[in-house]
Design a binder for this molecule. Structure first.
Ligand SMILES: Nc1ncnc2c1ncn2[C@@H]1O[C@H](COP(=O)(O)OP(=O)(O)O)[C@@H](O)[C@H]1O
Ligand SMILES: [Mg+2]
Length: 500
């Protein structure tokens, strides 16, 4: 519904109301109409208009016009320096002309062709960041008298309001555009690559959990892409426009970690000069990603558990409970079930975090992803390095496929970065890769193990290998290995074989 102004308002009331609109009405065209309409009524003018300067053509065009001939005048464009509006726009100074017929600057054409009789005109410039962006003008009083000097102040205030409205709207558009650009950049920056069946399964599970608020635990060796996956889950879900806050639990000692997570009140400890919001507060309505959760001390584990159970927490040194709506994703590269079994990680916290668990298999267990990832990173770094279109030689690819990648995708990425920087700018050859290419010793074949340990290593690898080659089909794998399916299942849980 459009607002109209009651005639009984005092001028100050009107101005206050208009100021409110300037900060609340987001539709610029509507807002400018309101402003001009108010100006017209307040000064009892016969007609008024707002002209904007088109920065490309350097011509003024009618953005808003009131009065009998408001539709007709919109056809006209005015050059800089032409007529009174053009003069004001060029000089950047207000102008009051009591009798236009006596002023040589008057551009009669519009008035004559529309048949609108004009006696006096007041015109003031609109400015933004020191530049003229347009003008506001009024023509004659309703009673036919000339515009007076005191009307100039009022008109100036309206012109300022209009500039403010335009400036706000332009900034808002600018923000929207920047926001969109950043988002696009993020999407490409955080692309997740991999088409091996095991990895595709992880991704499809991730998309499933993304839609809910379910607390999710990501388990995988360092460099397998846990953080990347956490970002994907956040971005693919309904919270994507809210913040995702990341905290590495291993990086800080307990006291600092507590302050980071929950925030603190002024004076809570030496150096707490002002109240500070914690990561949980910052993540309100969004997601918190607790990385390396397995490194949390028992004390912190207890505090985190309380937040997850009760949904509230206190800032350090504070006694007001704070409740937030946060989705929790945590990650660890440890065998967390073993940590629990051995009493290093609280079982109750584990169950809270492990509502859904996604296991990201190490790169050596999804070698099918290597060519795709390698080419993806190659493209990224070769463009960055100013040598786009680089290729990977067959020999180099073979070496990458044979290698074990203990540092997983992170190591692969670093290897390609180095290869691009150190290489010949056209093709990555074997020698450019900072990896040995020596195959790891078969599992279990290591000095220092007991026979039982060696056999366990071997069995785990052997079972994994067979599951991979049968697409995770336990019956088929058991058949190939010549064992019972139930025995295979026992081995899978005994060795904690994941991700297949
Ligand atoms: N599937 C993937 N596709 C593209 N890049 C990946 C993938 N997995 C990992 N990366 C990249 O490898 C590096 C390590 O990933 P990260 O998520 O930090 O691993 P983690 O948290 O498990 O240690 C990052 O640069 C990440 O962008
Ligand atoms: Mg990480």
């Amino acid at each position: 519904m459009r607002k109209t102004i009651s005639e009984s308002y005092t001028p100050i009331d009107r101005l206050k109301e208009i100021s409110n609109w300037v900060s609340s009405v987001l539709d610029l065209d509507h807002l400018l109409e309101l402003i001009i309409d108010s100006a017209t009524r307040m000064m009892k003018a016969k007609a008024s208009s707002l002209l904007l300067l088109d920065p490309k053509t350097r011509k003024l065009y009618f953005k808003v016009a009131t009065g009998e001939k408001k539709e007709e005048v919109r056809k006209y464009e005015i050059d800089m320096g032409q007529g009174i509006a053009g003069y004001v726009a060029q000089k950047g100074e207000p102008l009051l002309i009591p009798d236009v017929t006596k002023d040589s600057r008057w551009y009669k054409v519009i008035s004559e062709s529309t048949g609108f009789e004009t006696k006096s005109i007041a015109c003031v410039p609109m400015e933004m960041d020191g530049q003229v962006i347009g003008v506001v003008e009024i023509i004659d009083k309703e009673d036919g008298s000339a515009i007076r000097e005191e009307d100039m102040n009022t008109l100036t205030v309206f012109a300022q309001l209009a500039s403010l409205a335009i400036s706000n709207a332009r900034k808002f558009d600018q923000f929207k555009k920047e926001n969109r650009d950043l988002r696009e950049e993020l999407e490409t920056k955080y692309q997740i690559i991999g088409d091996s069946p095991v990895f595709q399964k992880v991704l499809s599970d991730a998309f499933k959990v993304a839609n809910s608020k379910t607390t999710t635990l990501l388990v995988g060796e360092s460099g397998t892409g846990k953080e990347l996956l956490a970002r994907l889950i956040h971005r693919a879900g309904p919270r994507k426009d809210k913040p995702m806050i990341i905290l590495n639990c291993a990086a800080l000692p307990e006291t600092l970690l507590e302050a980071e997570l929950f925030g603190y009140e002024k004076g809570a400890f030496t150096g707490a000069l002002a109240r500070n919001a914690g990561k949980f507060e910052l993540a309100d309505e969004g997601t918190i990603f607790l990385d390396e959760i397995g490194e949390m001390t028992p004390g912190m584990q207890a505090k985190l558990l309380r937040v997850l159970q009760e949904g509230i927490f206190y800032r350090v040194g504070g006694n007001k409970s704070i409740s937030v709506d946060v989705r929790v994703i945590s990650a660890t590269n440890r065998n967390i079930a073993e940590e629990v079994a051995e009493g290093r990680f609280r079982e109750d916290l584990y169950y809270r975090l492990n509502v859904v668990r996604l296991n990201i298999p190490p790169l050596r267990e999804r070698k099918a992803d290597i060519p795709l990832l390698a080419n993806y990173f190659l493209e990224e770094f070769s463009i960055e390095n100013g040598s786009p279109g680089m290729k990977i030689s067959d020999q180099a690819m073979k070496k990458m496929l044979e290698y074990d990648w203990p540092g997983n995708v992170r190591e692969l990425r670093n290897a390609l970065e180095r290869a691009v920087v150190m290489g010949n700018g056209q093709e990555v050859v074997s020698e450019d890769l900072p990896i040995t290419g020596i195959k790891a010793a078969p599992s279990g074949l290591e000095f220092g193990l007991t026979l039982k340990e060696a056999l366990d290593h071997f069995k785990k690898e052997f079972v994994t290998l067979n599951l991979q080659n049968t697409g995770g089909n336990r019956s088929k794998a058991a058949k190939v290995m010549g064992i019972q399916r139930t025995y295979l299942s026992r081995l899978i849980s005994k060795y904690n074989i994941i991700g297949i």
